[in-house]
Design a protein around this ligand. Structure first.
Ligand SMILES: [Zn+2]
Length: 318
């Protein structure tokens, strides 16, 4: 028997709505299709012992989470590491660089291949990274990024207040105790310093029908601005600013094309299918002709078209 569900962001235990129940094998089969690899029954059972994945929504803070909370094991993470973009610049890296001073002492928790820290080194920061995946850590250390594989829980005990700011990009949605995780990250930051947290925004404008990587064993929680603020409140931390990754031009055009196509198909008899395809194609290109114009006119910001990430700057009390 698993313990009764409790919201891992705000601690609520009463108002927890059941949103969906998904058979685990549906997710594993979809993962195999997306990642082009096979997961033997033993790996499936070890990472997801229950037959269904139960998604709940917290009525107090809006967090959506799978219960019981169970993160994927090291072997599972090693299998997805090359497919989920730990190696490239993320939109929120620039957001954080713009809000932190060159020459800072910076800690990145879940630093992956060290792309963010390498950028900070170039501007003269003193950096340190923590990474749990040994395969990734070996590659990052080989590139000369100062780092270790110590857990944040243990690291924070010997490095309290040692950094001007700390960051954790796309880590929160993987951990089973996000409150404990953020508390430990914040402990490493000096009074008045900042913690930067980014994660997938559960209110993003576009998502495919079934995102297997947004389910356990990969993601165990799904976040909105409200749930992020509730987590900070619970820890006595103040959210100073929240940023939303704008929807990319090609995705905006794709979404508009598909929606117009579907609307015309549903409302025009007989020729709706062909007419919808033509209307969707032409209108989406007429309205969003080029990426340069789309970005110059700040279309995504004006119309609240949200891309993948939400990022928050959290202040550690003085
Ligand atoms: Zn909650």
């Amino acid at each position: 028997m698993s313990p009764p569900p409790t919201c891992p962001a705000c601690g609520e235990s009463a108002r927890l709505d059941l949103l969906s129940e998904t058979p685990v094998d549906v997710i594993w089969d979809a993962l195999e299709a997306v990642l082009h690899r096979a997961y033997p029954p033993a790996v499936r059972v070890r990472n997801t012992p229950d037959r269904t994945l139960t998604l709940r929504r917290c009525g107090a803070c809006d967090l959506r989470f799978f219960w019981p909370l169970r993160a994927g094991d090291a072997e599972f993470y090693a299998s997805v590491v090359d497919d989920v973009g730990y190696t490239t610049e993320k939109w929120e890296f620039g957001w954080v660089r713009a809000r932190s001073a060159a020459g800072s002492r910076a800690l990145d928790v879940g630093c992956g291949h060290g792309v963010f820290l390498a950028g900070l080194l170039r501007r003269g920061d003193t950096v340190f990274g923590l990474e749990q995946s040994d395969e990734v850590a070996a590659r990052t250390a080989a590139r000369g990024i100062p780092m270790s594989m110590e857990s944040i829980e243990s690291f924070s005990r010997s490095n309290a207040g040692a950094f001007d700011f700390a960051s954790a990009f796309h880590v929160l949605e993987h951990v089973t105790d996000p409150a404990g995780f953020v508390r430990d990250v914040a402990r490493c930051v000096r009074p008045g310093g900042s913690v930067f947290l980014s994660m997938p925004n559960d209110e993003r404008t576009f998502r495919p029908a079934l995102e297997a990587l947004d389910f356990p064993p990969h993601h165990v929680t799904r976040w909105t601005e409200r749930s992020l603020r509730a987590l900070a409140d619970r820890l006595g931390l103040r959210v100073v600013e929240v940023g939303f990754e704008p929807l990319a031009h090609d995705t905006a055009r794709y979404v508009l094309e598909k929606r117009l196509h579907a609307a015309v198909r549903a409302s025009v008899p007989r020729v709706g299918q062909a007419l919808g395809a033509a209307v969707g194609f032409l209108a989406s290109r007429a309205l969003f002709p080029s990426r340069r114009l789309y970005e110059a006119a700040e279309v995504a910001r004006r119309f609240d078209l949200h891309g993948l990430a939400i990022v928050a700057r959290v202040e550690v009390p003085r």
